[in-house]
Design a protein. Structure first.
Length: 506
């Protein structure tokens, strides 16, 4: 299994001054010379450098203490997760999978070779514990395609020790700046190598410039597309996390697909639905695949919680065993199935389609309109639909009809929340307030829907228990409690809805 290490580091440039004395940094008792390591790394990417554009690096490195394959995935500025695999002749399958959402069907090729003479020092505290590793790297870069350009430079790298306090890096930086050392203009060695060995740039004219900031949204179309792009990016960024089964990653990716679908529906006057509706269907498919086992997990958590609330005198029969059996049913191979979905041609084609939609959006005439008019109208329309559904649910008699009406109101409230989120940069506080209100409403109605689902599950479990000759008493007790929870939600809804209505602008 791949080994993952959280890497927090900063890079600096220094002309010929080298590394200043760091013994004066607060907390540093000694600077220990660890010698020089000779590193040789070949970086892989697609011909059009898709990984580099996503700030991801994939390399095969020999030399040093961590020879092997390394994939670096950005987490935050200056923070990356480094996923490691042992040395092999070809890209390991695990790492190839983690970059598949970026690479798609393109071939991974060796693009740059970096050879570094790394002069390493350890900064340690009074107890000898490592605070950070500081290295001075003399780098020689060679492009392996496009004419084979070369470059060389020296940089200083400061990497925080595992579980270290990032504030310590600020102290080191303060000392480095006093010595004339500058923060690097490149995010990584690879980024600098690609820039400085690019064939279209003569060596004397090379300058590393920061990427221009995207323009501020102006039209309704700009704002809607910004939100669409944000959700597309979320799917791409969460893909490796889902493959690694990172906490909450599946849920977050599912939410991103729902936000996209909702945006296409809410802003049908901005983006042509004859184009976006088929994309929405594919997003619905992906959300469904991501949701396999999710509903059962939610129900299991809820059943476990409500069962724990019961006094022992009300628990009869092997109910916990039956719940575990039910919870584990049909779960075999679910992880393999999900990875298969993410590796499927259908999923990769969906990612291609989303890229095309962002690059060549199917804008309608209203997209050129003012955000206040076009986006505001779309949000109001969604809210009016929520209002009608909530009023219908409140007026419906208790039972299946009300349950269905509340479920429909919940779905529409969620869509309105996402529409308001997309509108917030344009409409400001009113849209943010609506998004917050719809989140609260969705949460309340979600509690009701969970109760409906739990009661259906309890009926199923009770029937199984009865058929096996087990007591069904406790299932009935739990069912009654869930009815009370649902009734409490229904009782609270009118008051919440009145409060939401009073907060809406007239």
């Amino acid at each position: 299994m791949a080994d993952t290490k959280r890497e927090i580091e900063r890079k600096y440039e220094s002309d010929e001054s080298g590394l200043p004395d760091l013994t004066g940094v607060a907390g540093v008792r000694a600077v220990i010379d660890k010698g020089v390591a000779n590193l040789d790394a070949v970086y892989y990417d697609t011909a059009d450098e898709r990984l580099a554009k996503a700030s991801m690096t994939l390399r095969r490195r020999t030399g040093g203490s961590d020879a092997g394959w390394h994939l670096k995935v950005p987490v935050a500025p200056g923070v990356r997760d480094e996923i490691r695999e042992p040395l092999s002749d070809t890209v390991p399958r695990t790492l190839a999978g983690l970059v598949r959402s970026r690479v798609r069907e393109a071939e991974l090729l060796p693009v740059v070779r970096l050879r570094s003479d790394r002069d390493v020092r350890h900064l340690v505290d009074a107890d000898g514990a490592l605070l950070a590793e500081v290295s001075v790297d003399a780098v020689r870069a060679e492009r392996l395609a496009d004419g084979g350009g070369t470059a060389q430079w020296t940089e200083i790298e400061v990497e925080l020790a595992d579980d270290g306090d990032p504030v310590f890096l600020d102290k080191v930086e303060k000392r480095l700046r006093k010595a004339g050392v500058r923060p690097s203009m490149s995010a990584s060695k690879l980024a600098r190598a690609l820039a400085e060995t690019a064939p279209e740039q003569p060596k004397k004219a090379k300058k590393r410039k920061a990427s221009p900031a995207p323009e501020e949204p102006r039209t309704a179309g700009d704002h809607v597309l910004a939100y669409v792009r944000e959700q597309r990016d979320a799917i791409l960024e969460l893909d490796p996390a889902v493959r690694q089964d990172a906490y909450d990653s599946v849920h977050r990716m599912r939410v991103a697909t729902r936000r996209l679908r909702s945006t296409f529906r809410s802003y049908g006057k901005v983006l042509d639905r004859t184009v976006t509706d088929p994309v929405g269907e594919e997003l619905k498919w992906l959300a469904g695949e991501l949701g396999v086992d999710r509903d059962r997990e939610v129900m299991t958590e809820r059943l476990t919680a409500v069962l724990a609330e019961l006094p022992r005198t009300l628990v009869s029969g092997p109910i916990r065993t039956r719940m575990r059996t039910w919870a584990n049913a049909r779960r075999g191979g679910s992880r393999r199935r999900l990875i298969g979905v993410l590796d499927s041609k259908r999923y990769l084609a969906l990612l291609d389609t989303l890229d095309t939609l962002v690059a060549e959006p199917p804008l309608l005439p209203d997209a050129a309109g003012t955000p206040e008019k076009v986006i505001g109208k779309a949000v109001r329309k969604d809210f009016e639909k929520v209002s009608a559904l909530v009023e219908e649910a409140i007026g419906a008699p208790p039972g299946a009809d009300r349950d269905l009406a509340l479920h429909e109101a919940r779905k529409k409230a969620k869509r309105t929340r996402y529409a308001a989120e997309a509108a917030s940069p344009a409409l400001g506080a009113p849209a943010r307030g609506l998004a917050k209100s719809m989140k609260s409403l969705t949460s309340l109605l979600g509690e009701h829907q969970d109760s409906v689902m739990v009661r259906e599950t309890l009926r199923e479990l009770s029937a199984l228990a009865h058929a096996a000759g087990e007591s069904s008493f406790t299932y009935g007790v739990l069912y009654g409690r869930e009815e009370q929870r649902a009734a409490a939600v229904e009782a609270a809804l009118p008051g919440m809805w009145e409060e939401i209505g009073s907060g809406m602008p007239g």
